[in-house]
Design a protein around this ligand. Sequence first.
Ligand code: ADP
Ligand code: ZN
Length: 599
Amino acid sequence: MNPLAVLRNTFGFDAFREPQEDIINALVAGQDALVLMPTGRGKSLCFQIPAIVRPGCGIVISPLIALMQNQTRALQQLGVRAAFLNSTLDPATAAGIEAALEAEELDLLYLAPERLTQARTLDLLRRSRISLFAIDEAHCVSQWGHDFRADYLQLDLLARDFPQVPRIALTATADARTQEDIALRLQLQDAQKYVVGFDRPNIRYQIALKQNPSKQLLQFLRREHQGDAGIVYCLSRKKTEDTASWLREQGFNALPYHAGLDPGTREANQDHFLQAEGVIIVATIAFGMGIDKPDVRFVAHLDLPKTIESYYQETGRAGRDGEPANAWMVYGLQDVIKLRQMLEGSEGSEEYKRIEQHRLNAMLGLCEITTCRRQALLAYFGEDSGPHCGHCDTCLYPVDTWDATEAARKALSTVYRTGQRFGVNHLVDVLLGKETEKIFQFDHHQLPVFGIGRELDANRWKSVFRQLVARGLLSVDLAGYGGLKLEEKCRPLLRGDETIALRQDVGQSGRTGKRLTKTPLDAHIDVGLWEALREKRRQLAEHQGVPPYVIFHDATLRAMAEEQPRTLEAFASLPGVGTRKLDKYGEAFLGVIADSGTA
Ligand code: ADP
Ligand code: ZN
């Protein structure tokens, strides 16, 4: 069969996405490839189809043991002869799979890198017919990233020991340095490189000012994500537990996840999130790598990530199925102070801290910009982003700016006059001329700046300080209690050589308005039918012990509800319905559609 026929018959899709076809053809022709594609664009098909088309078995190297089972099950559902070998299998099952490999009865075999590099496995591979090697999550080979895996370094043996077998390395996260590393360490310098931009058009970015975070989260969930699966990220373990139990009290199916939970609970919570529908996981960043759940409808951050890279990776876990998804965050000055303190207190050289400080500043910049968030994100990754996106928060609710030159000067003078060691709350008290105990304790009522800022209220002053910190005119004293200090950068403003415009913070109530267009209730779909289809999918999934999306993705279910096919032939034309799934599930879902029509 040719690749297009496999795409249509086995996977049930009409056409390739750019540049899947080129990559597949290269591999089928025996060439190597290095693929950089954002999550959800369709990397898997790039090696699955050539593995099916070429004689022999494709070996997929993936660090994520927990995912192998679901991935192979999803392939088996399509009639692809797929299997995995890892430490979770009993010896008899593993032996059976090894025999199947030698007998050329497999199309795809998933292996962890530590398994592959065992002499025993290598012998087995040498005895077998291998169609290709796919190295998934290839950035794990790079020491620059957070996901470095020492076992990946040994994968250079593939080039040496199997020179005839084409290799493809794939990743969603690789800056220029990491790309070089991948090519070098996997001996892919001569491979054709395929780079698809970073853009995730189905994700909507929203960053709001942190006021009452729990309440803001609740509003967001109630308004946009009833019954949806999602991830809420927090900085501390305790906060994940508190937030999860609070969400449960509010009627959401929420579970905590962090490295301090006992392994049994942690695994059970993760499994529940992966297997059931509509579960919210409240997690530290320990949760994520290897979460290959396609129907995560939102990622919410209650605390600021340390870098734009982390932010993009974490938010990228939403909407892998290409359906609309939300990336939502609240942040405030306290986040900045906390992160800077953590950085300062961390191990690591001055050089390291300086670099991390820059990365944190870039993250702050993203929070404070008044222009399109998506453009800023893409620009950060060195990508020309085209026109503004039209559906991030700053595009939807353009931010007003105000001339804050005078206010900023007053704020900076107050920092200076009080000795560059007080935190925001006290500085605001000085500006407003509040007669607090602390004011009298330090004789701050005697200062010329005392009470010079009564034209603005406390919130507005806090906003000024936050933005001055975010822009690097002020820095936070990390040894103490968050006292603010002047930075070199504020001089021109103080001298009167510069003016400054700041963003007008939008109040909590200011941002109601457009909801995300979501599956499927906004799409003129018969809700009763949609729920009936979901229930059928749930039953089938439960019966086989697989997650519902392994039966059909939301996109397929939605097409079913929209088009309401009445015949197997019509059913076959739905996206994601190949011949095998047509046979297995066509009648069952047609039955649901017919019943709903007569009701
Ligand atoms: P990645 O590994 O890049 O994150 P996947 O391979 O998991 O992405 O694919 C993401 C989604 O896109 C899956 O639901 C997949 O079935 C779908 N998909 C991939 N290629 C196509 C295509 N050519 N046409 C339609 N859907 C596709
Ligand atoms: Zn935008």
